[in-house]
Structures are given as C-alpha cells and as structure tokens.
Design a protein around this ligand. Structure first.
Ligand SMILES: Cc1cc2nc3c(=O)[nH]c(=O)nc-3n(C[C@H](O)[C@H](O)[C@H](O)COP(=O)(O)OP(=O)(O)OC[C@H]3O[C@@H](n4cnc5c(N)ncnc54)[C@H](O)[C@@H]3O)c2cc1C
Length: 412
C-alpha cells in the first residue's frame, strides 16, 4: 500500500494554500506542512509596509489560526528544516529534517520560496547591513530603524522602495542606491519608473541611479558608510539590501527535478517528475512557448498552489488566474494586473504629477497589463478585462474625460 499522506515542504503563502485547497477540494489525505520558521504561516507583504511602520502586530500577519489547521486536520510542523528527501519511483518517499525527524509521504509538494540575493563585498557582514525576507528579519530591521539616522537602501525594487518610504516617513535621512538607470526597471515602463523617482524625491529621499555599491565601511563592527562606484560615499548607520530573490531549489535538485533559476513547473503545478508538484516563489512556470516566467507575488503563490492541490487531489486544473500585485510606498498605492512583458505600446491615462494615474500596456492593440497609481477603478477595470475578456481602444484609452468603463468593448 502506498503511503496515503501528502507532505508539503515550506510553510508559507504557497504551502499553506496547498494544504487549504486540498481540504477545500474534499481531500481526506493526511496533510503535513513542514516549515523552517518558528512561526505559523504568515503574510510577508506587511513586513515592508505596516509591520515595519509599527502599525501591525505579529499576530495580525498570520494567514490562518492554529485552530484552523487543527480543525482541518492539517499537521503544521514549525522550526524544522527539511535537509534531504528520498523519492521512490511511484512518487512516495521520505523526508529527513536537520534535527533528524523523518516524514514518510505518498506525494510531495515543494513550496520552498526563496532567499534574498546577498552582496559579497567588503563589509557585507558588518552590523547594520540587513536583508528583509522573513518575520525575524523584519523584527530586526524595525528595531534597527528606530535607532538609525542615516538609512541606505541598496536596490530600487519594490521591497527597497517600500522600506525606504517607511524610513523616510519616520524622519530618517534616506538614500536609495540603484545600479540601473531607473527604478523598478524589470517590472514597469520608464514612465512609471520616472514617477516613482519623483514621488520619493518629493518626500525627501535621495535616489542615486546608475551607481553600484563597492563596499560597506565600518567603525568597529558597525556600518558607518557605503562606498559607491562613482567614488563617493554616503553615511549609513543602517543599510537594507534589497537586490532580489534566489529561489530555493536544493531539495528539487537533490531529487533530480528540472531547475533553471527556479523549479520548472507546468500550468498544473507539475514538476519534471509529474508525481511531484511545486508552487510559489521557488518556481519558474513553463509558459508553453519556450518562455519561463517567475512571478514573485502572493496572487501567483495562491494560484499556483491551487493548481498544485488540484493535481494532488486527482483533478488537474490549469492555472487560469491573471497575475496581480500591489505595492504601497508612502501614500502611493501602486496596483498591477497582467504581464507587461512583450508589450509594444504604452498609454498614460492621467497626469503622473497628480499621483493618481495609470499606465496601460498594449500588445498588438490589445491591453495586456495595467499599473495604476491611486487609481483603483482603472486597475479593477483592466483586471476584469484580462480575467473575463473584452478590449479597450488604444487610441482613446488615455482620454481622461471618458471613464474607462465607457470605452470597454465586449466584456464577456
Ligand atoms: C518584504 C516583502 C514584501 C512583499 N510585498 C508583496 C506585495 O506587496 N505584494 C505581493 O503580491 N507580494 C509581496 N511579496 C512577495 C510574497 O510575499 C511572496 O511572493 C510570497 O510570500 C511567496 O510565497 P511562497 O510560499 O512561495 O514562498 P515564501 O514566502 O518564501 O515561503 C517559503 C517557506 O519555505 C520555507 N522553507 C524553504 N526551504 C525549506 C526547507 N528545506 N525545509 C523547511 N522549510 C523550508 C522557508 O523558510 C519559508 O518559510 C513580498 C515579499 C516580501 C519579503
């Protein structure tokens, strides 16, 4: 008899969702969710927003209560790092943790997320040089922020900019150092990058583009300044490095799954071994046309986890959801729906300086994505088009005198 249980490695957004979706689908299989962190699964987005600003408690971050897992017969094992997995031909196997606990399973789900990309430059191990991925990082950063005067954020991505906004709002001197020639360069069009630059500058942060970080200088064991590639240096008693994520693929590699940057999965959450599923930030989705897509977001983790659970429950259902994302930077709420990669035109609707506008991305005349700044209606409308069908005439989409909803053609 094969082992009846499902083992989920990685107890966060995707892992908790696999477990929840299994129960929602009526699966009665024993489910064990093993995670390395000492906490029940919690939300990460507030870590660089409300939690960092001291406006959210640890308890408020929890995705589900302990009672939820108990009453749904989901065994959550915290503080256990899965160090090795042996997989049999039928997809069953055994996982062993660093502390020596073993877990037999009939099917395996990998939801191992990622770890911050680290800088290995002189001074990188000085006190005050921090990263932000998990709750313990956020507690450390929040404490350090209270005592800091000069904060340097390395990396002009979402997490860095959100943290910079919190630091600035609490009265710190903030410098953001970005190696590329614009902020959020991998995610948004230049017009949106320019807007973010201006919005942060208006609030008093200094943004240094096209500058690399050469070293961190210190006094004793503490960081005191950051040396830049242009020969200048900026004072710092706190540095947050936010230069991206490295997907955790160690276990997947050990059991011979195809990994590129992340664990390669299909639209059903299946890895290169169809008995093993994966979901969330640890994956690269094979889009079917030769492209590998990795989206590090809550919505993606949930959608992929649902697809993986459907596969485990024996009723494979492909991922259908349109990607969406949000970022809060001071009172700027940026909402993103769709994938702008491959767009050939951009229409700006509204005036960026007003801090309420949207950028619509088109490919061959069809809207494929929106970035909305304090413009929730534009966001909702484009998301609905992407979810349910419809189109927007590109030549009129920028006309702010006409509500976007009046321009939509054929919403199904
Ligand atoms: C500061 C911050 C702000 C963010 N803001 C937003 C936002 O505004 N909007 C948005 O959509 N997304 C945001 N994200 C991204 C979002 O949180 C992630 O996309 C999401 O958490 C991915 O979930 P996951 O379960 O795939 O991975 P993770 O959340 O990384 O979880 C993976 C878990 O697996 C555990 N693990 C890994 N390997 C092992 C092992 N071998 N054994 C045991 N456990 C293991 C890890 O400890 C971790 O707990 C933010 C992320 C951060 C860090």
């Amino acid at each position: 008899m094969p082992h009846p249980g499902i083992l989920i490695v990685g107890a966060s957004q995707a892992g908790a969702q696999v477990a929840t979706s299994l129960r929602e689908r009526g699966s009665t299989a024993p489910v064990t969710l093993v995670g390395a962190e000492p906490h029940l699964p919690y939300q990460r987005p507030p870590l660089s927003k409300a939690f960092l600003a001291d406006k959210a408690t640890e308890d408020s971050l929890l995705l589900r209560s302990a009672e939820y897992y108990r009453s749904n017969d989901i065994d959550v094992v915290t503080d256990e790092w899965v160090a090795d997995v042996v997989l049999d031909r039928d997809g069953s196997g055994t996982a062993v943790t660093r502390s020596g606990r073993t877990f037999d399973f009939g099917r395996l789900a990998l939801t191992t997320g990622g770890t911050p990309r680290r800088l290995s430059i002189p001074g990188a191990d000085l006190d005050g040089v921090l990263y932000l991925r998990d709750l313990d990082d956020a507690v450390r950063l929040r404490g350090a922020l209270k005592a800091a005067r000069n904060v340097v954020v390395v990396g002009g991505g979402f997490i860095g900019l959100e943290a910079a906004a919190v630091a600035r709002a609490s009265g710190k001197e903030v410098v953001v150092v970005e190696a590329l020639d614009r902020l959020l360069a991998r995610a948004v069009a230049p017009v949106m990058s320019d807007f973010c630059l201006a919005a942060h500058q208006r609030r008093g942060s200094r943004i240094l583009l096209e500058r690399g970080v050469i070293s961190f200088e210190g006094k004793g064991t503490s960081v005191t300044s950051v040396a830049l590639s242009d020969g200048t240096s900026v004072p710092a008693d706190l540095v947050l490095v936010g230069i991206g994520l490295v997907p955790r693929t160690e276990i997947a590699e050990r059991i011979g799954l195809r990994c590129e940057a992340g664990i390669v999965i299909d639209a059903y959450g299946r890895t290169s071994n169809p008995d093993v599923v994966a979901a969330g930030d640890c994956t690269d989705l094979d889009a079917g046309d030769g492209r590998l897509v990795r989206i590090e977001s809550v919505a993606n983790a949930i959608a992929q986890a649902r697809a993986a659970a459907a596969t485990l429950a024996g009723s494979p259902t492909p991922l259908g959801a349109v990607p969406w994302f949000w970022s809060d930077q001071a009172d700027v709420k940026l909402q993103i729906a769709g994938l702008s990669a491959g767009h050939d035109s951009v229409v700006v609707r509204g005036e960026p300086a007003s801090e309420s506008f949207s950028v619509l991305y088109f490919r061959e005349g069809e809207v494929v994505a929106v970035n909305a700044v304090n413009a929730p209606r534009d966001y909702m409308l484009v998301k609905r088009i992407l979810d349910t069908g419809g189109s927007l005439p590109m030549d009129r989409a920028g006309d702010v005198d006409t509500p976007l909803k009046d321009l939509v053609v054929r919403v199904a």
